[in-house]
Design a protein around this ligand. Structure first.
Ligand code: SOE
Length: 383
C-alpha cells in the first residue's frame, strides 16, 4: 500500500500535449520516488467520447468525461490539466479555480491579454496552486544555463538572442482551422508564431535575463487565404506566419528574437545565445543535452567554446536518470515539470512559471503584436 499523497488528475484534451503531460504523470513516480505526492490519472475529457475512451485506454486514465464542466464538478479530482486549444483555456481555468481545483495549463496562458488577466485574477482569488507548461525551462542544459547566469559568471549581460524556426505551414494548400490545425486559426489560437513559439523564447528569456521593458516587432502572413477545414470556404488567414522583434531588458541588455513557420529545413529549431562581459552561453534544442559555454577567464592557450554534455548527476535533474554520458529527450522536460509541481505542493511553494509569471510573457507577446500593427516601439505593460 502506498503512503504517498495522491494528486488526482483530470486532463482536458487528448492531443499532442495531452500525451506529453500524461507521459510526465506516468514517469514521475518511477524516476522521482522521493516525492511525497504521486499523480493518479483519474479522468480524461474530450468532446468525442470514442477519442476519450481510446486515450484513457492508451494512457491508463480510470474514467472519461465528455463535458469539461462535469469533470470540474467531480469531487474525486484535485487538479485540472488544460490541454485544449487556446480558445478554451480561460473558461476552463476560471471555472476550475472557482471550484477550488489546482490548475496546470498548457502554454500560452490564453489567446489575449484580457483573457489572461481574468485567469490570473480567478486563480489568485481562489488561492489554488497553478503552473503553466513552459517546458523548455526544465531541460537540464537550460536549467544549467540559469544556474550559470545566477552565479554571476557572465557578468554584465549585453545581448540575448533567440530563434524558434519551423517549416510546416509553407504549403499554400494546407487548410486552416479544425482538427490538428487549430494553430492556424487566429480565432482559436489568438495569434500565430508569437503565441505558439515566441512565447517559449520569451518565457525562457525572462527567466534567464529578467524583465523585457520595450519592444519593436514586425510580423508577416505569407499565405493570405486558406481553405478553412470547418467551413469548407477559402478564408482570410489572420495569424502571423513569422515575427521578428527587438527589445530592451530591464538589466540594460538588448534582445533579438525571430520565429517563423517558413524556415525551410527547420522543424523545431529553438536556440538562444547570451553574451555577457565575462562569458557567453548558447543552447540548441536539436542538441538539447549540450550547453555551450565560453569563459574569457580561461587561459588564452586553451580558451574557446566548451561543449558541456549535461548528463552528469551533479547537473540539474540528471541524478534522477541513467548514468553520466547518457542523454535524455524532449519528453523529460514534462516529467520534470510534474516533479517540480509535486515538490511545490509538498513544500507549499509556487511552481514557476505561475499564471502570474506567464501573464508577463503574455504582456510581451501583446506588445510585440501591437508594435507590429502600429510600426511603433511599445512598452510592455507595467507588471
Ligand atoms: C508547434 O508546432 C509546437 O508544437 C508548439 O505548440 C509547442 O509548444 C512547441 O514546443 C513545439 O511546437
Amino acid at each position: 500500500m502506498t503512503t504517498k499523497k495522491e494528486l488526482r488528475i483530470g486532463l482536458i484534451g487528448c492531443g499532442f500535449m495531452g500525451r506529453t503531460h500524461s507521459n510526465g504523470y506516468l514517469r514521475v513516480k518511477n524516476f522521482f520516488p522521493q516525492l511525497a505526492y504521486v499523480p493518479v490519472l483519474k479522468a480524461v475529457c474530450s468532446r468525442t467520447e470514442s477519442k476519450a475512451r481510446a486515450f484513457a485506454a492508451q494512457w491508463g486514465y480510470e474514467s472519461v468525461e465528455t463535458d469539461w464542466k462535469a469533470l470540474i464538478a467531480r469531487d474525486d479530482i484535485d487538479a485540472i490539466d488544460i490541454c485544449t486549444p487556446n480558445d478554451m483555456h480561460a473558461a476552463i481555468a476560471i471555472a476550475a479555480a472557482a471550484a477550488g481545483k489546482m490548475i496546470l495549463c498548457e502554454k500560452p496562458l490564453a489567446r489575449t491579454l484580457t483573457e489572461s488577466e481574468g485567469m490570473v485574477a480567478a486563480i489568485e482569488k481562489a488561492g489554488v496552486p497553478n503552473t503553466v507548461w513552459y517546458n523548455y525551462r526544465r531541460l537540464p542544459a537550460v536549467t544549467l544555463a540559469k544556474q550559470i547566469i545566477d552565479s554571476g559568471k557572465l557578468g554584465r549581460i549585453f545581448h540575448y538572442r533567440a530563434n524558434f524556426l519551423q517549416d510546416w505551414t509553407i504549403n499554400a494548400n494546407l487548410p486552416q482551422g479544425g482538427e490538428g490545425l487549430w494553430r492556424m486559426d487566429a480565432d482559436v489560437a489568438g495569434s500565430g508564431v508569437v503565441g505558439d513559439l515566441l512565447s517559449h523564447c520569451i518565457d525562457t528569456a525572462i527567466w534567464l535575463n529578467g524583465h523585457i521593458t520595450t519592444v519593436t516587432g514586425m510580423t508577416e502572413t505569407f499565405v493570405k487565404e486558406r481553405m478553412h477545414q470547418l467551413t469548407g470556404k477559402v478564408e482570410k488567414v489572420n495569424i502571423d506566419d513569422a515575427c521578428s522583434f527587438l527589445c530592451r531588458f530591464s538589466n540594460g541588455s538588448l534582445g533579438l528574437f525571430e520565429s517563423t513557420r517558413y524556415a525551410r529545413g527547420h522543424k523545431a529549431l529553438y536556440t538562444f545565445e547570451i553574451n555577457g562581459e565575462n562569458a557567453s552561453i548558447r543552447w540548441d534544442l536539436h542538441d538539447l543535452n549540450r550547453l555551450e559555454y565560453f569563459d574569457n577567464a580561461d587561459a588564452s592557450t586553451v580558451r574557446g567554446w566548451r561543449s558541456i554534455h549535461v548528463t552528469d548527476g551533479d547537473q540539474p535533474y540528471m541524478d534522477k536518470w541513467w548514468v553520466p554520458g547518457l542523454g535524455i529527450g524532449y519528453e523529460h522536460s514534462f516529467v520534470h515539470q510534474v516533479a517540480d509541481f509535486l515538490l511545490s505542493l509538498e513544500q507549499g511553494t509556487a511552481c514557476s512559471p505561475t499564471f502570474r509569471e506567464a501573464f508577463e510573457t503574455q504582456q510581451v507577446c501583446q506588445a510585440v503584436l501591437d508594435s507590429a500593427a502600429s510600426g511603433e516601439w511599445k512598452e510592455t505593460a507595467s507588471f
